[in-house]
Design a protein. Structure first.
Length: 431
């Protein structure tokens, strides 16, 4: 039955290979069930409930991807969007988490509409490579900054804006150790390095940090009422939040679409134009899952590049994704662990993700200043303004200005010009 439904013979795979691939992908990305509750908990959300909803939406999206598109691709809450939600929308701008999550929901609706109207890849291809790379790298630096902050390595300073933290603090040292564990294991090809690091540092925290206490391992899932159904969808429709909604949509567009192309290409499924079998079904699954995830209060979910680890050990069909989803469903019963993991135990994972995302800067055409400058501005402005939205805005606007005054106005795609004009209007009337 499995062979017929997932076309295992046709794809050159077996049930055993797909199960091993699913387990590999799971252990590569399961860190999200600790990182996501940790980040969203800082926005005032119930960490144990977010742990459960993270497992649920990851399982829902991943199993749907396997069943409807027959691709070995997993989905989970997007890194970057969760940090932006907590540290900018809620903490910096002062919105409630309910309204903040509502902005992610509307951004996901926008992604779904782009998919429904079949303009998603047209819009993505309209954005210059430099800006696309700058957005991804900028989010990477933003996430890394959050990681350094959470481990206490970087602290505020009224004179220099930022300064080095107290290196005699055991929390800082444990956070740094966690980062090096991840990088060393990753360099040796150990896919579960992030999970191993979080587990090791949490174990040390139980010994050396009095504020960290053990609450058990297994329990029945808590009531989801504290989060599910609490998202303020109507309250998020504020003109002051339109730029944030657009940013959430744009980031998810590039992140999810780019990952789909990358993983299917690695599996030998994509053609020269980046198209792959059942592409339409895959795009619908990921955009609908993003809406459902944000409505449930877990942040929008996106396709995960960690899916490549399962592909690397032979995963070629949706059975791999189904296995991943089932494992996340079983993880629901470990919700007490979410309250044990301190922020500095997951900080190393944030810095590591930042490294992976910033590595794309190698693709920028550095010998062309009209391409390089907007890419750099996009990347730098995200951590320096503590806002993904402002980084995207300044990147788009600077691209149009430089191309126009360099006598290359024909290179500006209409979609880029419209987006830049909208950001300018936003700065004029909203601020």
């Amino acid at each position: 039955m499995l062979n017929k439904f997932f076309e295992l013979d046709k794809k050159g795979s077996t049930v055993k290979t797909e199960i091993v691939a699913g387990i590999t992908t799971f252990f590569t990305m399961v860190y999200i069930v600790f990182v996501n509750p940790s980040l969203l908990g800082m926005a005032g959300m119930d960490a144990q409930v977010v742990f459960v909803t993270t497992c649920l939406i990851t399982a829902f999206g991943t199993i749907a991807m396997g069943l409807f598109s027959n691709l070995p691709i997993a989905l989970a809450p997007a890194m970057g969007l969760n940090a932006f939600f907590t540290f900018v929308v809620v903490q910096k701008l002062g919105y409630s988490w309910q309204i903040g999550m509502g902005t992610i929901f509307w951004g996901s609706v926008g992604l779904f509409l782009l998919t429904l109207l079949q303009v998603r890849y047209w819009f993505m291809s309209a954005i210059p490579l430099g800006l696309r790379v700058g957005i991804g790298a900028g989010i990477g630096l933003f996430i890394a900054l959050i990681g350094f902050k959470n481990m206490g390595l970087v602290v505020p300073n009224p004179d220099t804006l930022m300064a080095l933290g107290e290196l005699h603090d055991p929390k800082v040292l444990m956070g740094i150790l966690g980062f090096f564990i991840i990088v060393v294991l990753a360099s040796r090809g150990i896919h579960s390095g992030v999970l191993i690091s979080i587990t090791a540092i949490t174990g040390l925290a139980l010994v050396f940090d009095p504020a960290v206490s053990f609450h058990g391992i297994i329990s029945a899932p808590p009531s989801l009422g504290a989060v599910v159904g609490q998202v303020d969808i109507a309250g998020a429709l504020d003109t002051a939040l339109l730029g944030i909604i657009f940013s959430f949509m744009l980031v998810n567009l590039f992140d999810s679409s780019g990952t789909l192309i990358a993983v299917t290409n690695k599996a030998g499924m994509a053609d020269a134009q980046g198209r792959f079998p059942k592409m339409k079904q895959a795009l619908y699954v990921d955009s609908i899952s993003a809406m459902v995830g944000s409505y449930m209060g877990t942040s929008a979910i996106s396709t995960y590049i960690e899916s490549g680890s399962g592909v690397s050990v032979g995963g070629r069909t949706g059975l791999t994704a189904v296995v991943v989803g089932i494992l996340f469903l079983l993880t629901i019963f470990f919700s007490p662990l979410a309250s044990v993991v301190p922020a500095y135990a997951t900080a190393g994972a944030l810095v590591f993700v930042g490294i992976l995302m910033a590595s794309s800067l190698i693709e920028v055409q550095w010998d062309d200043l009209t391409e390089a400058a907007p890419a750099f501005i996009t990347t730098a402005m995200m951590p320096f303004t503590y806002s993904i939205t402002e980084g995207i805005a300044f990147g788009f606007i600077s691209y149009c200005i430089l191309k126009a005054f360099a006598g290359r106005i024909k290179e500006i795609h209409p979609a880029v010009a419209v987006v830049s004009a909208l950001f300018i209007l936003k700065f004029i009337w909203v601020g």
